[in-house]
Ligand binder design. Structure first.
Ligand SMILES: NC(=O)c1ccc[n+]([C@@H]2O[C@H](COP(=O)([O-])OP(=O)(O)OC[C@H]3O[C@@H](n4cnc5c(N)ncnc54)[C@H](OP(=O)(O)O)[C@@H]3O)[C@@H](O)[C@H]2O)c1
Length: 276
C-alpha cells in the first residue's frame, strides 16, 4: 500500500522569556518544520496524545530543557498504517505531531484504552509498576503506604498494590482525595500537611491491621524527610521506594534507618521494557 506522507510536522516548543519578569514564565509556541527523514529501521509515528508531568510543567516555568523543547517521556501515537502503538522510551521530540522512532521502541497498544489513557502508561504506569512490583515486590497482606495519592503514579500504584492483595494506606494534602482513594479500596489515609501525620498513620495501622502492625513498603513521590517521618511505622528491613521530589529534592537518611536495615530505593524511568 502506498501511503501519503505529510510534508511537515508541527512542534510544541518553549521559548525563553525575559528573565526580568518575576515569576518568569516562558512561552509555549507551535512551530512548523519539515518531516523527519526516516533512517533504515525507523517508523514514522503520528502522535495522538502525549502525557505531561511535573518535569514538563517545570520546563515551561524555568526552561530547564537545554534544547528549549518540552521533553515528555510518556507518549502514544499511531504508525501511518494506522496501527495503534505505545512508544517505549524517552524522546525529546514527543511534542511533535510526527516523530521518527526505532522499530524496537514501539509496541502494539491494547484495544481497551483510549489515546489519553494510553498516554499515561509509558511513564506513570511503568513507574508505578516498577515501584510496586519490580522493586517492592508487594505481596498479599503487605501493609503499604503510598504518599501523595492525588498523583498519577500514586493512583496507578494504588490499583496495582490492591490487585496484589496489599493493605494500602495513603497520604494526601486533600481530604477529598483520601476519600476517593478509600473508595477505590485503600484502608485509610492521613493528611501530610499535618506535622504529626505519621502518628495518625500509626493509629490507623493499629485500627486496621492490629496492634504492632508496621508498614513494609512506602511508595513515595515527596522526598525530603520521608525516612524520618515513616521511621516509627516502617518495619525493620522495610523499603521506601522513591520516584519523585514533590516535597524536596533532598532525602535525609540517617544512622537510625541504617540500624533498622531500612532501605531507600530510587527509581528513574527512561525506557519502559516492562511494557513488552
Ligand atoms: N523517577 C521517575 O522516573 C519518575 C517518573 C514519573 C514521575 N516522576 C516524578 O514523580 C512526581 C509525581 O509524578 P506524577 O506524574 O504522579 O505527578 P502528579 O500527578 O502531578 O502528582 C503530584 C502529587 O504530589 C503530591 N504532593 C505534593 N506535595 C507533596 C508533599 N509535600 N508530600 C507528598 N506528596 C506531595 C500531591 O498529592 P495530593 O494531591 O494527594 O496532595 C500531587 O497530587 C513528580 O515529581 C514527577 O516528576 C518521576
Amino acid at each position: 500500500m502506498c501511503l501519503e506522507l505529510p510534508r511537515s510536522t508541527r512542534l510544541l516548543t518553549v521559548k525563553r522569556g525575559p528573565a526580568d519578569k518575576k515569576p518568569t514564565y516562558h512561552d509555549a509556541l507551535l512551530e512548523e518544520k519539515p518531516l523527519p527523514i526516516l533512517k533504515t529501521g525507523q517508523l514514522l509515528v503520528k502522535m495522538n496524545a502525549v502525557a505531561f508531568n511535573h518535569r514538563d510543567v517545570g520546563s515551561a516555568k524555568v526552561c530547564v530543557s537545554r534544547t528549549s523543547e518540552l521533553r515528555s517521556p510518556s507518549s502514544y501515537g499511531s504508525v501511518k498504517a494506522n496501527t495503534p502503538v505505545l512508544l517505549l522510551g524517552v524522546h525529546s521530540e514527543l511534542t511533535e505531531r510526527y516523530v521518527a522512532v526505532e522499530r524496537d521502541q514501539v509496541i502494539a497498544s491494547p484495544d481497551h484504552l483510549d489515546d489519553e489513557h494510553l498516554a499515561a502508561w509509558p511513564l506513570a504506569g511503568v513507574t508505578a509498576w516498577r515501584a510496586a512490583v519490580v522493586y517492592a515486590n508487594i505481596q498479599k497482606g503487605d501493609n503499604v503506604l503510598i504518599t501523595g495519592i492525588g498523583g498519577g503514579v500514586a493512583l496507578t500504584a494504588l490499583q496495582i498494590c490492591l490487585a496484589r492483595g496489599a493493605n494500602v494506606f495513603v497520604s494526601s494534602g486533600s481530604e477529598d482525595k483520601i476519600k476517593k482513594a478509600v473508595g477505590l479500596g485503600a484502608k485509610g489515609g492521613v493528611n501530610y500537611r499535618q506535622s504529626d501525620w505519621s502518628a495518625t498513620l500509626e493509629k490507623l495501622l493499629v485500627k486496621e491491621a492490629g496492634q504492632g502492625a508496621r508498614v513494609s513498603v512506602v511508595i513515595d513521590s515527596g522526598g525530603g524527610d520521608i525516612m524520618a517521618q515513616v521511621g516509627k511505622v516502617l518495619k525493620s528491613g522495610g523499603k521506601v521506594v522513591i520516584y519523585g521530589m514533590t516535597a524536596s529534592p533532598k532525602v535525609t537518611f540517617t544512622m537510625r534507618e541504617v540500624l533498622k536495615n531500612q532501605q531507600l530505593i530510587g527509581i528513574f524511568v527512561r525506557r519502559s521494557p516492562e511494557l513488552n
